[in-house]
Design a protein around this ligand. Structure first.
Ligand SMILES: Nc1ncnc2c1ncn2[C@@H]1O[C@H](COP(=O)(O)OP(=O)(O)OP(=O)(O)O)[C@@H](O)[C@H]1O
Length: 597
């Protein structure tokens, strides 16, 4: 086993001891005691048989009594162990380990782990971390004590019967060796096929889930998806199956060796008994031990293989710990409560990890304090990426973003975010009460009804909010017996959430009205323009609006026009029209389209 995995098992054991000392101690004691029961039973039975044959009534009765007692204790310990094991695995997994992973993942300031395919594989593995890891700990403990039971059984064979039986250890080790080799092969195959496996699951969810259900039916793409899912599944499974066949062949060889050794050992005991060198009790003892040796060995192998299966968790967990420390540059400087000068982008470039194409390419511009800045451009021109850089989801690869002269990279990320508000294109649909879906935009004011109502009004959501069956207390999401909102209503809810903070210094609206019609979008934009003016007066806030609809953003103070990541034009609406460049051309095309409509 890898050292990191052993260390992780040690950490989990310490965690269990710290939170459940009684149950952990009891389970360890029960497992340790269980290791001695089979050898004790074999010795007691052997003594009872010898007592009967020699006519020693006392030793026969004593042997039989001990055997009966040991048998009773074995059954009781098994039951106790099962219950303690289940209780500890559940509690430790759900209450501590899963929470630890959840907190670490949710605490990551950046988005890389959610958007990079190489990291997604690890995040996927970590989803089952809590329960699997706590189960692994106790299977590893079982493996240790079953190993101890095996050693005790062999000592009993070697000392109570004949040392000639000791080479059985070598034969007993053969299946373990082959099992481990097989484990390594299958583990590697799982790693190699993780991407195909993830893809088939994604396709399955897509084909069967509600998200793309309508489009898939309209397109008639169900069969295609099923076929692709089947292909990805077959690709992953074929490699895994080949690895398992290889592992099974090794296991067969291991067990064949063990069976050969066991047969030879028993033949030796029978031969010795026939020559009068051993007793019938020895024979009973040897047969009892031999019969349980196979079970003990199988238990040990099962324990080892189960514990080894948990090894797949060590790498991603360790990665998460390191990633949390290195991926995010949290910064230490306080975030400004008000802006005096504004935000300056100085030759900012950024390419998504794993891509050599710059999503933002040498962008330099100034976003003056108190201004409303619109970012426009065609699909994929880098608008959302620019917003992600401003909200510190990613750091620029080159260049700097300065906030009132301070490098944003040095500003404390959590505090910068606490001073920002944002509504994103891919907004969240939180299936909680309507008031909570909005209030979580400013957690300390989650229960401030007046603030929530004001945010609802700001987002022009009061119309549909009034019609909700339980008002602000309405549960959202049909899956939880609540109300399902329309796309536009979800979007207005996201807008209301972004309106909860009243004093942000950065207010981002990344296509917040894409699901609304042009007049509604225009009305909302006017509202937020007025709000931006009020914010500007209080905190010097900068409002950044991303939109496809050029007419909507005409009232912005400053417009940035992006094309393939580059800032190709900037200025006011009037100046950009007068320049008769890209902006003017695209504006004219949209204006014509609306005129014709
Ligand atoms: N997570 C990601 N990983 C890799 N590349 C990405 C990622 N997100 C965006 N890109 C790429 O970066 C470029 C800019 O994308 P971005 O989302 O910033 O454009 P946009 O102008 O906001 O587009 P839209 O108007 O469609 O929202 C695109 O080429 C896109 O394919």
């Amino acid at each position: 086993m890898k050292r990191s995995y052993l260390r992780l098992l040690g950490d989990v054991l310490r965690l269990s001891w710290r939170h459940y000392p009684g149950a952990t101690g009891a389970l360890l004691a029960v497992k340790a005691a269980s290791a001695g029961t089979t050898p004790a039973l074999a010795l007691a039975l052997g003594a009872a048989i010898d007592g009967i044959i020699r006519g020693g009534r006392t030793s026969a009765v004593a042997g039989a009594t001990v055997a009966a007692l040991v048998f009773g204790v074995t059954v009781y310990l098994k039951d106790l162990s099962r219950n303690l094991d289940a209780m500890l695995v559940d509690r430790l997994g759900a209450l501590h380990l899963r929470r630890d992973v959840e907190t670490r993942l949710a605490g990551l300031a950046g988005l890389g782990h959610l958007e990079r395919t190489d990291l997604l594989d690890r995040v996927t593995l970590l989803r089952g971390f809590g329960w699997r890891m706590s189960a692994s700990l106790w299977t590893a403990v079982i493996a240790v004590f079953v190993g101890l039971r095996l050693i005790l059984l062999l000592i009993v064979l070697g000392t109570a019967v004949t040392p000639w039986l000791l080479p059985l250890v070598v034969f007993a080790a053969a299946p373990i060796y082959f099992e481990r080799r097989g484990q390594r092969t299958t583990f590697q195959a799982e790693l190699d096929t993780a991407e195909a496996y993830r893809l088939q699951r994604e396709l399955f969810n897509l084909a069967t889930g509600p998200a793309g259900g309508k489009e898939i039916r309209v397109c008639g793409a169900g069969d295609q998806l099923a076929e692709r899912q089947r292909a990805a599944w077959s690709e992953a499974m074929a490699a895994r199956f080949r690895a398992r066949v290889k592992a099974a062949a090794g296991n067969l060889a291991g067990w064949a060796l063990f069976t050969f050794g066991l047969g030879a050992g028993l033949a030796l005991v029978v031969y010795r008994a026939a020559r009068g060198e051993g007793t019938i009790g020895d024979l009973v003892l040897a047969v009892t031990v031999a019969a349980t040796l196979r079970d003990a060995l199988q238990d040990a192998l099962f324990g080892v293989s189960e514990a080894m299966a948990g090894r797949t968790l060590a790498d991603p967990y360790q990665w998460l710990q390191e990633y949390a420390q290195t991926a995010d540059r949290p910064g230490t400087l306080p975030a400004p409560a008000t802006l005096r000068e504004g935000i300056v982008l100085d030759r900012v470039s950024f390419a998504y990890p794993g891509s050599d194409r710059r999503a933002v390419d040498e962008v330099s511009c100034r976003l003056p304090a108190g201004s409303v800045v619109a970012v426009v451009g065609e699909y994929g021109s880098g608008k959302s990426t620019l917003v992600k850089l401003l909200t510190k989801f990613y750091q620029p690869d080159e260049g700097r973003i300065e906030v009132d002269g301070t490098d944003l990279a040095d500003v404390d990320t959590a505090r910068w975010r606490a001073g920002s508000s944002a509504a994103f294109q891919d907004f969240g649909r939180f299936h909680v009460r309507f008031r909570d879906a909005i209030g979580l935009g400013d957690l300390p004011r989650l229960h401030d009804d007046a603030r929530v109502a004001a945010a609802v009004q700001a987002a022009d959501a009061d119309g549909f909010a009034e019609r909700l069956p339980d008002g602000l207390d309405t549960q959202l999401g049909r899956a939880y017996g609540g109300v399902e909102l329309s796309e536009g209503q979800w979007q207005k809810t996201a807008l209301a959430r972004a309106s909860m903070r009243t004093e942000p210094v950065l207010f981002v609206l990344d296509e917040p009205t894409a699901s609304l019609d042009a007049p509604s979008e225009h009305a909302i934009f006017e509202r937020y323009l007025a709000r931006a003016r009020r914010l500007a007066g209080r905190t010097g806030a900068i409002t950044v609006v991303v939109s496809h609809r050029f007419s909507t953003v005409a009232g912005a103070d400053h417009i940035l026009v992006l094309d393939q990541g580059r800032l190709v034009e900037q200025g006011t609406h009037a100046r950009l029209l007068a320049a008769d460049g890209r902006y003017a051309r695209l504006y004219a095309i949209q204006a014509d389209a609306y005129a014709e409509a």
